[in-house]
Design a protein around this ligand. Structure first.
Ligand SMILES: [Zn+2]
Length: 308
């Protein structure tokens, strides 16, 4: 039986109950006063509606989130999150549109919201304890308004870092320069790490801020020297590029960071590090609720009962 046959993918009440289980791990609490006490279901109210005894506010688990404002039923969000989190190369807005029976525009919007939710708000440093970290870049597509030319000048550049056996972090960069590369490494890699790169000048001469840095000379066809290599990233880039080429096809530069968040998220929550498909999509949904829109009390005239 496919996981997609579970009730919360098809039934709105089941979906709300499921989201409550994900979000309210310590029981329901009031978005207005923050209280946990005397919160009771509203009889005859819509699914999941509750009332806070002390402050009388009525609310559901989706209050102040994109789910509340969205006209798309929650169970379709569950499907979208599952599909995006569990397909290795991603899923196109067109495919989502057909599967979920929502408009293409809505599907596109949902996918981008999920990608935003997949961003790691407080990423930890990679490496440390003299663990191996790899740094490398890849290029794809064409920048808007740049004629095709030799080299990579007209392509979009992505720099990635990966801790072997750990997480990857990808950044869209305007151009790969010595200062950009050094900044990204200094900001994301613990100094007590062993960094592997190729022999490009920006790695060779940059101040990278790590205790150990070794390079393989790709120009001389050297790809592995002992434990010096960037093969983990090569593997990562190949999945990323197959997805961008085969599934997404058209990606403008301004959205690239979201696609990177998506591929990084799937890699960092991969089965090999013990994260199931289900746990991965739950994490994405929790990310959406975590980015709760700021709640304002209806007594403030500016907000007038709106969640802004
Ligand atoms: Zn309350």
């Amino acid at each position: 039986m496919s996981i997609l046959s579970e009730p919360h993918f098809h039934n709105e009440e089941a979906a709300i109950a499921r989201l409550e289980g994900i979000v309210w791990q310590n029981g329901p609490h009031c978005p207005k006063c923050g209280g946990f006490d005397r919160i009771t279901p509203v009889k005859g109210g819509r699914a999941g509606l509750r009332r806070c005894g002390p402050c009388k506010r009525e609310f559901t688990v989706t209050v102040g989130t994109i789910f509340e404002r969205s006209h798309v039923p929650l169970h379709k969000w569950f499907q979208a999150a599952h599909l995006l989190a569990s397909s290795k190369k991603g899923i196109s807005a067109h495919q989502l549109h057909r599967t979920l029976k929502v408009t293409y525009k809505t599907a596109w919007f949902m996918a981008h919201r999920l990608r935003e939710a997949m961003k790691d708000g407080k990423p930890a440093l990679l490496g440390g304890g003299m663990k191996h970290v790899e740094a490398d870049e890849t290029y794809l597509g064409n920048k808007k308004g740049f004629p095709k030319q030799r080299g990579f000048g007209h392509k979009m550049a992505v720099m990635s870092l990966v801790e072997r056996g750990g997480s990857v972090r990808s950044v869209h960069v305007d151009s790969v320069t010595r200062s950009t590369v050094a900044q990204i490494i200094q900001k994301n890699v613990a100094p007590d790490s062993k960094l592997s790169t190729d022999t490009a000048a920006y790695y060779k001469r940059g101040k990278l801020g790590v205790n150990e840095h070794a390079m393989v000379n790709h120009f001389a066809e050297e790809y592995v020297r002992g434990d010096v290599h960037v093969n983990t990233l090569e593997g990562y880039f190949s999945i990323f590029k197959r997805g961008m080429k085969g599934v997404y096809q058209h990606c403008s530069e301004k959205h690239l960071h979201r696609y990177l968040a998506e591929f990084d998220f799937r890699y960092n929550n991969r089965t090999a590090v013990g994260v199931s498909d289900e746990a991965r999509s739950t994490k994405a949904l929790r990310g959406i609720v975590g980015k709760r829109l700021k709640y304002r009390d209806s007594s403030t005239p500016a907000a007038a009962g709106k969640y802004v």
